[in-house]
Design a protein around this ligand. Structure first.
Ligand code: PXP
Length: 252
């Protein structure tokens, strides 16, 4: 079964728009996480950014105390955030680029350029019992580097696919890159997640991508929740993801 990790950053974005610098405010991302889990989400994802523009430190610690499924902390590979992650001990961290120089032309983490530093962080996280995922474009050199780093997961960046969605030829091209990327990652022993820019329409096309374990989806779910409520928005996304057969048409 394809799992859904709900990214709750944008709940915090809305809170910060009014309550930045205050000890509490609404809407509360911790309450959002509870509703997502009750609606069937398999995990909760949040990103503690260096500028704390949405999720702040107290959220991450509170989520660690309350999340009953799996807590995925997205983070840059910087000493400050690594130290916080080692204190929080999420189930998994997903290392993402935060500064321009860490980003490939396709928007994922440039693992090739940062292999030693990422290997060191991967080792420290694993030693603390935390799994490691790397957010990368479906680009063979990056996937191979992720395997050399020793990551347990890659999260394939679906942003280019999402942007190309309106153009059938480009959509095919980007989908094929995801299919080939997932195959290569699987062959190299990596488990495969995907995310960024996924919504209720384009997510159905990812049924063609093999070996997917989990999708991390935020913006479209939080946006729909404004009109339908969060539990319904999560259930609708689970419905759109249901029936995933690992990329094999017709397989049960
Ligand atoms: N995965 C990663 C690594 C991300 O950085 C993000 C965006 O924060 C997402 C998934 C979710 O993207 P979206 O909000 O577009 O669904």
């Amino acid at each position: 079964m394809l799992k859904l990790g709900v990214n709750i950053d944008h709940v915090a974005t809305l809170r910060q728009a009014r309550y930045r610098g205050r000890e509490q405010g609404e809407p509360d991302p911790v309450r959002a996480a509870r509703i997502c889990e009750e609606a069937g989400a398999h995990g909760i994802t949040c990103h503690l950014r260096e500028d704390r523009r949405h999720i702040v430190d107290r959220d991450v610690f509170a989520l660690r105390r309350t999340v009953r499924t799996r807590l995925n902390l997205e983070m840059a590979n910087t000493p400050e955030i690594v130290a916080i992650a080692l204190q929080v001990k999420p189930d998994i961290v997903c290392i993402v680029p935060e500064r321009r120089e860490e980003v490939t032309t396709e928007g994922g983490l440039d693992v090739v350029a940062q292999e030693p530093a990422l290997t060191e962080t991967r080792r420290r996280m694993n030693d603390a019992g935390i799994e490691v995922s790397l957010f990368i474009a479906p680009d063979p050199p990056q996937i191979e580097a992720a395997a050399r780093v020793g990551a347990q997961f890659v999260e394939l960046h679906t942003g280019r696919f999402a942007e190309a969605f309106g153009d059938p030829a480009q959509r095919e091209e980007e989908l094929n890159r995801l299919v080939e990327g997932a195959r290569l990652a699987h062959r190299l022993g990596l488990r495969v997640n995907a995310g960024h820019g996924l919504n209720y329409e384009n997510v159905r096309w990812l049924h063609r991508v093999p070996h997917l374990v989990e999708l991390n989806i935020g913006h479209s779910i939080i946006s729909r929740a404004v009109f339908t409520g969060l539990a319904r928005a999560v259930r609708d996304m689970l419905d759109a993801m249901a029936g995933y057969t690992g990329g094999m048409p017709g397989a049960a």
